[in-house]
Design a binder for this molecule. Structure first.
Ligand SMILES: [Mn+2]
Length: 377
């Protein structure tokens, strides 16, 4: 018996049945290393995801980066795996990492119900919006055009129990030659009319430079559909600490809309109302397509009040009542409708604003539904 025949310990044998155990033990150790390394890799990926979100990049998938990594893996592959096999293993790791990046990050969104399960209820000078509060009505002209028309509208709406008066002083018009609004004079008129009738005043702010002056006159700052992606403006209205009515962009996904709200909340301002106002589709018989599933989803995913602007959704008066009913049925916390003493002569949106008689019919049709919703079903 020479020394080669000496019994060897189980875990270093290579030809006895025990040697399989030995190899498996080595694999187990490698698995431990792999788990540790993959987990470390996942932590880094999640960190990258968070940075991307903070930079306003909701889409985390970066195909160019993935392509470069796969190319590198192919180049340094020592075998015995084929390049294709090794790449498919890594693709699985990439996919799991991306899922983690996105899932983790969504969990941390301040707008999410995962962060706050209870509804946010705004209380603006005693006017409650969201949660168990009855649906609210925001009404008023598209544009502020003068003192008389604002006074007439505010007086009419206040008598109807409307607590929030709208009116545009800065108008984002499709054409640069369209009526651009009265500016600061409009703010003064709108705020004055609202104050005289114990109403809140909401008006759009379009420019970061105007946030301060609009905040001086308005009770609620509106960020319009065309500015939903204006991240500097979102941050600025966030910093203002004022209640914000955030309209959904007409080509914005629900996710982009919620991220826009996140910008405001990230500045420490939780007083945000979301407002669906119709999205652009292939349909031509309506100005926009009212996306009611977005209302239901936003209610489900976020704790913020969700309103529906029926005026801009369809862009036609004959659909206002059915769309408003539908909005309340899917859980909208309020409605937004444009009312003008004389829509035919209005300087903007004259095709779709309601006159006083039209508003009376609108209100009468909705009252039973809004009344029913006063009691939490
Ligand atoms: Mn309008």
């Amino acid at each position: 018996m020479n020394h080669n025949d000496l019994p060897v310990p189980d875990d270093v044998g290579i030809s006895s049945p025990a040697s399989i155990e030995g190899l498996r033990a080595q694999i187990d150790l490698i698995n431990d290393d792999l788990i540790r390394l993959i987990s470390r890799r996942a932590e880094l990926a999640a960190e990258i995801g968070h940075v991307k979100t903070l930079e306003g990049r909701p889409h985390h998938y970066d195909p160019a980066r993935e392509e470069r990594q796969l190319k590198y893996i192919e180049e340094v592959n020592p075998g015995p795996f084929s390049a294709a096999a090794l790449k498919s293993i890594f693709k699985e790791i990439f996919r799991a990492s991306l899922d983690l990046e996105e899932a983790n990050d969504k969990k941390q969104l301040l707008v999410s119900r995962k962060v706050q399960s209870a509804d946010t209820v705004l209380d603006i000078k005693g006017v409650r919006i969201g949660g168990d509060a009855p649906p609210i009505m925001i009404a008023g002209p598209c544009s502020i055009e003068g003192e008389e028309m604002m006074e007439a509208t505010a007086s009419f709406l206040a008598a109807k129990g409307v607590r929030i008066l709208r009116g545009g002083a800065y108008k984002p018009r499709t054409s640069p030659y369209g009526f651009q609004g009265m500016g600061i004079d409009g703010l003064i008129l709108g705020a004055g009319a609202a104050r005289d009738h114990n109403m809140l005043f909401v008006t759009e702010v379009m420019d970061t430079r105007d946030v301060e002056v609009v905040a001086e006159h308005a009770d609620i700052l509106q960020v319009g559909a065309r500015n939903m992606h204006n991240f500097a403006l979102l941050r600025e209205v966030g910093r203002s600490g004022m209640p914000v009515l955030l309209k959904r962009g007409f080509a914005a996904t629900i996710e982009e809309w919620l991220y826009a709200a996140e910008y405001i909340l990230a500045e420490g301002n939780k007083q945000v109302m979301l407002c669906e106002r119709g999205i652009r589709t292939f349909e031509k018989w309506t100005r926009n397509t009212l996306d009611l599933s977005a209302v239901a989803l936003a209610k489900q995913e976020t704790h913020l009040p969700v309103l529906v602007d029926v005026t801009h959704a369809a862009g036609r008066r004959d659909l206002l009542i059915p769309l408003a009913k539908a909005a309340l049925a899917v859980g909208a916390d309020g409605l937004h409708v444009e009312v003008h003493p004389s829509p035919a002569t209005a300087l903007s949106d004259n095709e779709q604003q309601l006159d006083f008689a039209g508003y009376e019919a609108f209100e009468a049709a909705l009252k039973p539904l809004m009344g029913a919703l006063n009691v939490k079903l």
